[in-house]
Design a protein around this ligand. Structure first.
Ligand code: FBP
Length: 552
């Protein structure tokens, strides 16, 4: 394998552990906190998790370790979308295991949860692990999106773990994967399998956070990577003064990624899905809002600008959700075949017009043709429109173009509008982790071992006080059931970890709200530049603005 100079340098980087975890394992003990209750639906969740519900939150502190030192075999998987730092969770876990007892074993199950079902694995050793320290990606063992949720699957997992003598599993994943980790932990406890299950909070989307988990890993690096690119785009726009850039950023439903990138770069426009939903904004209102900025800037700064669009925006526009629901209904079952058999778009359009309500058709009719057709392209396995495939950056630029044409005809606008489109997603998910993510992830993995050592199961590895230097970070664990409530999923009530959306009364959004009117007209861009790995701490170790505002 050919290595880049940065890769070689990053191998030497020593991640910073929280002060408490710098002690020898024999000098770390548990401080019990209060018993926990789920965020909602307490009785239902308690009934579903009789063996793992209500346990105490815990923190680690200095003191004599009273746990028994026995050989431990741990299995680990990476689950879901890539997030920078995943390799370091595994490295931290490995180092803690080996530092405690060289006989301990770490097994990586390959390709995500399916590796546990197929018993597809690798046993880590120093040589293998050392190639992945402080690097981005999930290629150390791969990842996948197979869901572990049925009793039959759990039985296979337990059986495969038994073959290796696995005492504990660490599941590195987002809200869904950690929900499944909690259900698996309950299964293992109920069936006396002797297998503990510990989760680690991963996702670039930033939507796995709550009172206990200050942020999921990967959000820091991904948003810094996107912000570098957006800053570069802002500077290009400000240099050439001839394009409006529409930049869609990943993040699934929640707009945390878009908001953080806006806080870092101060673009002219950033849409926030949660606000659109709360204000019940229509497509026309959103379009007007962007077109106002274009028109105002045309009269002052020039015919250029930058707008950030969150990936999940259209789901939050009430009239768009209504349209999607009707289209899903329109094409349910065999009706999709009848639709697909129609040879021309004109015939398809007539089919759609006949099937939608007047209200839905009014929304459909104002969409650009390309977006109308996208709504009928790829469907998910349940036959539903794949909202994430809709090119919302193009949707809004097209609608703004029409809006400006109407203004021009009315004599109220006399500028030019040349849009350029970008989608930033995969570019940021496997970047070399920032120092923050490298340290945080290593700490999460190291700490996961401490939870295993003390016999916990159904816990999320928790490292907090993250806006402070790593020395002051607090390490401990939180029962996953504490984060759960009951939600309707695929027609059934399910216990799930509650997803965190952008809070409109939270400090990050409020800061954005206070400044955005000025940013919409002025050219107030900030250019964050590339992530720095070496140099002064104020350049290399800064957290996200979101975390700084939330905890500052
Ligand atoms: P996770 O929720 O699994 O962390 O995935 C994050 C994410 O990057 C989303 O932002 C995005 O919508 C999705 O994955 C894309 O999925 P895929 O990698 O399957 O294309």
């Amino acid at each position: 394998m050919k290595l880049s100079p940065l890769q070689i340098a990053r191998y030497q980087y020593a991640p910073k552990l929280p002060g408490i975890l710098r002690n020898s394992v024999s000098e770390i003990c548990v401080k019990d906190g209060a018993p926990t209750a789920s965020v909602a639906d307490q009785e239902k969740i308690r009934a579903l998790f009789p063996n793992t519900y209500g346990k105490n939150e815990i923190t680690f502190q200095k003191g004599k370790n009273a746990s028994v030192d026995k050989k431990t075999v741990v299995g680990v998987i990476l689950s879901g979308g890539q997030a920078p730092g995943g390799h370091n969770v595994i490295c931290g876990l490995y180092d803690a295991l080996k530092a405690t007892n060289p006989e301990n074993v770490l097994i990586g199950f390959k390709g995500g949860p399916s590796g546990l079902l197929d018993n597809d694995f690798i046993v880590f050793d120093d040589e293998y692990i050392n190639q992945y320290r402080n690097t981005g990606g999930f290629d150390i063992i791969g990842s996948g999106r197979t869901k572990l949720e049925t009793q039959e699957q759990f039985a296979v997992v337990a059986e495969n773990c038994k073959k290796h003598g696995v005492n504990a599993l660490v599941i590195i994943g987002g809200d869904d994967s950690n929900t499944n980790a909690a259900v698996l932990a309950e299964y293992c406890a109920a069936n006396n399998t002797g297998i503990q299950v510990i989760g680690c909070p991963k996702t670039i989307d930033g939507d796995l956070k709550n009172d206990d988990i200050e942020c999921s890993f990967g959000f820091d690096t991904a948003t810094k990577t996107y912000s570098e690119i957006i800053g570069n785009i802002c500077r290009d726009a400000n240099s050439a003064k001839k394009y409006w850039h529409f930049v869609k950023v990943m993040g699934r439903s929640a707009s945390h990624v878009a908001l953080e990138c806006a806080l870092q770069t101060q673009p002219n426009i950033c849409l926030i899905g949660e606000e659109v939903a709360a204000k019940k904004m229509s497509l026309a209102q959103i379009t007007d809002y962007i077109a106002d900025s274009v028109a105002n800037r045309a009269a002052t700064a020039g015919n250029f600008g930058v707008a950030i669009i969150p990936e999940g925006i259209v789901e939050f526009v009430p009239e768009f959700s209504m349209l999607i629901a009707e289209i899903n209904e329109l094409l349910a079952g065999a009706k999709a075949d009848a639709f697909n058999a129609l040879p021309t778009w004109a015939e398809k359009y007539a089919f759609i017009e006949a099937g939608l309500t007047k209200e839905a058709m009014a929304v459909f009719a104002i969409l650009p043709r390309t977006i109308q057709q996208q709504l009928f392209l790829e469907r998910d396995p349940h036959g539903n429109v794949q909202v994430s495939l809709i090119e919302s950056e193009k949707l809004f630029s097209e609608m703004v173009k029409d809006n400006l044409a109407a203004r021009k005809a009315a004599g109220t606008y006399n500028g030019k509008f040349a849009p350029i489109h970008h989608f930033l997603g995969y570019e940021g998910r496997c970047a070399f982790p920032s120092n923050f993510d490298a340290d945080y992830c290593y700490a999460l993995g190291y700490n996961a071992f401490m939870l295993i050592r003390y016999g916990y199961t159904g816990y999320l590895s928790k490292v907090s006080n993250l806006s402070k230097p790593a020395e002051e970070w607090v390490a401990g664990g939180m029962p996953i059931t504490k984060m759960m409530n009951i939600e309707r999923r695929h027609g059934a009530d399910k216990p799930v970890i509650r997803k965190a959306l952008v809070e409109l009364d939270g400090k990050p959004f409020r800061y954005f709200e206070e400044h955005r009117a000025e940013w919409a007209v002025e050219t107030a861009y900030v250019y964050p530049g590339a992530i720095q790995y070496y140099g002064p701490s104020e350049v290399c170790d800064q957290t996200t603005k979101t975390l700084a505002l939330e905890k500052g």
